[in-house]
Design a protein around this ligand. Structure first.
Ligand code: SAM
Ligand code: SF4
Length: 501
């Protein structure tokens, strides 16, 4: 383990709530806000936060700022977002200042995603843009999954890159950055045989109320389509005492919601003598004074057990939302995907969640067009949607990835056919969401307010079940507060409401 056990957050410094309000902009228009939609290639800073405000705040708080400037663009999932928060923390603590454009940076970093081909391509097009400007003396680095996947090949494709570091080697990032600063033109961090998790003394968080916290890194599952075990290395769980210490610090800094992250978060295995189960950890995190909401994502169906549902039932601070990717409704396809469960076993997990005393919203990920998927297999996935009636789905066309077993599978489905199947699936879910949303009109929810619209008196926030509701209120300072909102209108993709008296 790293010796820097004490994690602190760079706190945003605002004179008052009005000041904060001016600096943070809204996350309007999305109904379900679990961030996974950004897997399709969302870039830059998380929605809801004004990057300039963060940079100014950070630059004024880190001693020695001005040594250099860095620009960091993030592609991919919440884990990448959070890794970027830690990378920014490492650089800020070395005296760098974060800037908003690559043009004004001396160090340009791309934290990349390679889950699907399109996401990986985006990075190379970004690097191409900077090939033209290599004479300007900037240092360019590629971090994350594309770095791990492509390794030193990146130096060949983009010779102006000096740093290539996969996420499994992030714990070495401070040394690697020091080597680049010392003038080394080809610095790599590509080991995956590590038992370290990526903890830094300083994490610069993007959101002042909701904090991400990685509790398990890497993945030991071997889904035949997925590049993550290759790019992120084996599962490594963080010590429970270190997690709880950081949660208490976050609460002291004013964070009221924490989201525990991991590719398979519920496969958490406490490496300390305490051997806390995942459900015990959830309850312990919720017990931290000041914490009002605890979320976790992503859960793997195989390791989803009754004690997690019991914990949600017992502790209202545990959010009533479970993201449980199914990938396919056909046992035949699930076997080919090496998902380790059948349709029936997955439905048993759903029944377990539906058996909870409080309603728990359920979301999922689905891949269409996996090699060999037939019309009958697709029909099984569609019928699974009818049975489960998910609150939201994140659906993807199968994308062949390097180093994965499914790459060699036959019966490849054409891109046009994948698009057709995706449209059919999404239309089915649209019908389900339309029906679900219409039943919510008139219901009241507690929201954590996270965004303010440019329109007068318009705000947005998310519920415990992680729906985003856009609402009106005459109040002028709601950001970061919890309010009751009654739903007044619904479309398949959005909910609107007004603050309840
Ligand atoms: N660990 C999580 C799980 O077990 O489901 C998922 C993590 S993965 C980063 C997020 C989602 O990307 C997956 O659930 C899957 O639906 C999708 N995905 C992964 N590999 C893919 C591929 N090769 N093509 C299309 N979608 C893929
Ligand atoms: Fe990829 Fe499967 Fe691991 Fe999820 S569980 S990260 S889909 S290998």
């Amino acid at each position: 383990m790293l010796n820097c056990e004490l994690n602190a957050s760079v706190q945003h410094s605002f004179a008052n709530a009005e000041d904060k309000l001016r600096h943070y902009k809204g996350e309007m228009g999305k109904t379900f806000d679990i961030g996974l939609e950004r897997l399709t290639g969302g870039v830059g800073f998380p929605v809801g936060v004004d990057a300039r405000a963060r940079n100014l705040a950070a630059a004024t708080e880190i001693p020695g700022a001005g040594r250099g400037t860095f620009f960091l663009e993030t592609f991919g999932c919440q884990m990448n977002d959070h890794d970027s928060e830690k990378v920014a923390g490492v650089l800020l603590s070395r005296g760098y200042t974060q800037v908003e454009s690559p043009e004004s940076a001396s160090l340009i970093l791309y934290n990349t995603c390679s889950i699907r081909e399109k996401a990986a391509q985006k990075v190379f097009s970004r690097l191409g843009e900077f090939g033209l400007k290599q004479d300007e003396g900037r240092i360019i680095g590629v971090l994350g999954c594309v770095a791990q996947q492509e390794g030193e090949e990146i130096f060949k494709r983009a010779p102006w890159v000096s740093l290539v570091c996969g996420s499994a080697s992030y714990s070495k990032l401070p040394e690697l950055v020091a080597q680049v600063e010392a003038g080394n033109q080809r610095v790599t961090g590509l080991d995956t045989d590590t038992d370290e998790t990526f903890e830094t003394p300083v994490t610069r968080r993007d959101n002042p109320w909701r904090a991400y916290l990685t509790i398990i890194e890497g993945c030991d599952k071997a889904c035949s389509y997925c590049v993550v075990p290759y790019t992120r290395g084996p599962e490594r769980s963080r010590a429970s005492d270190s997690i709880l210490r950081e949660v208490r610090q976050l609460a002291d800094l004013g964070y009221s919601e924490v989201q525990l992250l991991g590719q398979t978060v519920n496969s958490y295995a406490d490496p300390t003598a305490r051997k806390m189960r995942f459900s015990e950890l959830l309850l312990a995190v919720a017990d931290a004074p000041g914490i009002r909401r605890v979320r976790f994502t992503t859960s793997h169906p195989r390791d989803f057990t009754q004690d997690i549902v019991d914990a949600i039932d017992a502790q209202p601070k545990l959010c009533n939302h479970v993201h449980l990717p199914v990938q396919s409704g056909s046992t035949r396809v699930l076997r080919a995907m090496q998902r380790t469960y059948s349709r029936e076993e997955y439905l048993e997990k759903i029944a377990m969640i539906r058996g909870a005393r409080r309603p728990i919203s359920i979301t999922t990920d689905i891949i269409v067009g996996f090699p060999g998927e037939t019309d009958e297999d697709l029909a099984e996935t569609l019928s699974l949607l009818d049975v489960v009636r998910y609150d939201a789905i994140f659906s993807f066309k199968y994308s062949p990835r390097p180093h994965t077993p499914s790459l060699a599978m036959r019966d490849v489905i054409s891109e046009d056919e994948k698009s057709r199947r995706l449209a059919v699936l999404q239309e089915k879910q649209r019908e389900i969401q339309t029906a679900r949303h219409s039943t919510m009109v008139g219901e009241a929810f507690e929201l954590l307010v996270g965004g303010k619209s440019r329109r007068e008196n318009q705000w947005s926030g998310h519920t415990s079940c992680h729906r985003v509701i856009n609402f009106s209120s005459q109040e002028t300072a709601l950001l970061g507060k919890y309010v009751q909102v009654r739903v007044t209108g619904a479309t398949p993709n959005s909910l609107v409401g007004e603050e309840a008296p």
